[in-house]
Design a protein around this ligand. Structure first.
Ligand code: CP
Ligand code: NVA
Length: 313
């Protein structure tokens, strides 16, 4: 096999519970090393990573590049104008050329399936591991960072209640795919017509381990939540729909009243970037129970563990 001992990281549900828990434990362990100031752990020494970005990014770009460097490697940033995967050159050619220079590839792209600019195509033709840094369909690295943050703040992930309020987007799909692997209660409260992909909901339900609810009533949904989670109403690639979505999503803003309904134990999470005053109020982001910044920090630690796993280290 082309990738003997190495693994792509494309969807959470490609892994079993033991592997996800192992990645989370490793993330905590390597985080402690990095936070202690110890710079002697260099598993990526002599290794290089190509990072393909077809979309903008702050967290993903900086956390991958910094994390790979801190563990001894060198990462190369390729922005939207550089490779133009599927446009300047076919994805299968990009995959093979980058594999000949680099030990690992990270990609943030638009399409996920059935299109030329396709992360699945990239992974298929690459001979090194491919890590999904967000597609229109999902964002698995984000959800591993979120799980790590919940373990640190809530104390656990298993058995918790996570209530996502907003658009049934790529973040929701990754939560659903996590719920197919680890048991917890996941609720997505979204306006009618903005539900997550039905097949992905079905996959999470059919796994039969988590309670999955899709609802149009955020007030009812948030009661007893351990985490209330929000994301932008218009994702990258949908920005021209932003004005229309602001109308449709009235009532889905996470504000102080909604957090009060959630109850005293509820933390607020958001993958960021946030549009303050749109999907979430400034007050909710700045409140003591908001853990959005520890959550953002954990992107780096989660991804370090994902890359160690992908490279079989
Ligand atoms: N959360 C996240 O992926 O942020 P960026 O778009 O800044 O990478
Ligand atoms: N749903 C958002 C997440 C950004 C990290 C987007 O795709 O733009």
């Amino acid at each position: 096999p082309a990738k003997a001992g190495m693994k792509d990281f494309l969807h959470i549900s490609d892994f079993d519970k033991a592997t996800i828990m192992k990645i989370l434990d490793r993330a905590a362990e390597v985080k402690a090393v990095i936070k202690s100031g110890d710079r002697a752990f260099l598993p990526f020494k002599g290794k290089t990573m190509a990072m393909i970005f077809a979309k903008p990014s702050m967290r993903t770009r900086v956390s991958f590049e910094t994390g790979f460097f801190l563990l001894g490697g060198h990462a190369i940033y390729l922005g939207p104008d550089d490779i133009q995967m599927g446009k300047r050159e076919e994805t299968r050619d990009v995959a093979r050329v980058l594999s000949s220079y680099n030990d690992i590839i990270m990609a943030r792209v638009f399409a996920h399936q059935n299109l030329v600019k396709d992360i699945l195509d990239l992974a298929k033709h690459a001979t090194v591991p491919v890590i999904n840094g967000l597609t229109d369909y999902n964002h698995p690295c984000q959800i591993i960072a979120d799980a790590l943050t919940m373990i640190e703040h809530v104390g656990r992930l298993e058995g918790t209640k996570v209530v996502y309020v907003g658009d049934g987007n790529n973040i929701v799909h990754s939560w659903l795919l996590l719920a197919a692997v680890i048991p917890f209660h996941f609720v997505c409260a979204c306006p009618k017509g903005f539900e997550p992909d039905a097949k992905t909901v079905q996959k999470a339900q059919q796994a039969g381990i988590s309670k999955i609810e899709i609802t149009n009533d955020p007030q009812e949904a948030v009661r007893g939540a351990d985490v209330v989670y929000s994301d932008v109403w218009a994702s990258m690639g949908q920005k021209e729909e932003a004005a229309h979505r602001r109308q449709v999503f009235q009532g889905f803003q996470v504000d102080e009243n909604l957090m009060k309904l959630a109850g005293p134990k509820a933390y607020f999470m958001h993958c960021l970037p946030a549009e303050r005053g749109v999907e979430v109020t400034d007050g909710v982001i700045e409140a003591p129970n908001s853990i959005v910044f520890p959550q953002a920090e954990n992107r780096m630690h989660a991804q370090n563990a994902i890359m160690l796993h992908a490279l079989g280290l």
